[in-house]
Ligand binder design. Sequence first.
Ligand code: ADP
Ligand code: MG
Length: 277
Amino acid sequence: MTDNTVVIKFGGNALTDETANAFCQVVAQLPALGYHPIIVHGGGPQINALLERLNIQSHFVNGLRYTDADTLAVAEMVLCGQVGKMLVRFLGKADRYAVSISGKDGKTLIADKLTRDDNGNPVDLGYVGKINRVNPALLEHLIQYDFIPVVAPLAYGTDGETYNINADYAAAAIAKAVAAKHFIMMTNIAGLLDANQDIIHRAGIADIHRLIADNIIVGGMIPKTLSAVDTLSAVGEVNIIDGRNPANLLAVLAKQTIGTTISTTIGTTISAAMSKN
Ligand code: ADP
Ligand code: MG
């Protein structure tokens, strides 16, 4: 793989027609700066909107959606047919050739059915998977010919089924497999916030674990920060930035202090007082 790959995860919560268009215009500038972008996108709110329109009821297990066959079908339609193709279209408008795939294509992402939650407790969420391995060959071929890969977080199951994967975990697995120079997560908040709602610009691994234990990191920020930490063995630096302003992507690559940087070279930066209020 080239040594200048940048994996960018764009969260469904920050993804509107407007931000997606602006984001694609920024991504289109990266090749000229020497970077090879790989986009991994979410789509939770967009999936929810179609489930609602189709009147498909979901049930929840400990606050997590159970993905039955109908829900999976809708998720695949929305992620691959709608969100991925929207990004391809906006990249096209910015004069770039993009290809939207899901993790199933080329067996890029291979998953097992998820059987444990983030706390290690047994859980059955239906067609929700946990990444088993990544085959980066298709991504490498696309990049080699200057196509920008746009990846939806679905995986090919070791049992032959399709699995939905949290987009943070999917992006992290890809970032690790290609040893990305940067792994940038674009979300709908300025960055990681402490107990006083102040932005934490630099965090080490121990900081993340403590903020989770202290319930300062909750909800969607848990998979985001855990997957960030998981990539650090292979990825130089992870950034969590505000995707509602896509120009932040250029700023963070230019080494400006934007959002939150998580790295192994950062010791504990957060005092107990900032973690507990
Ligand atoms: P995405 O679609 O980008 O994955 P998520 O909603 O899954 O977005 O995760 C981002 C959300 O995590 C934020 O909007 C915020 O509500 C929540 N969150 C929980 N804990 C924190 C924290 N400590 N700092 C910042 N955001 C947090
Ligand atoms: Mg999320």
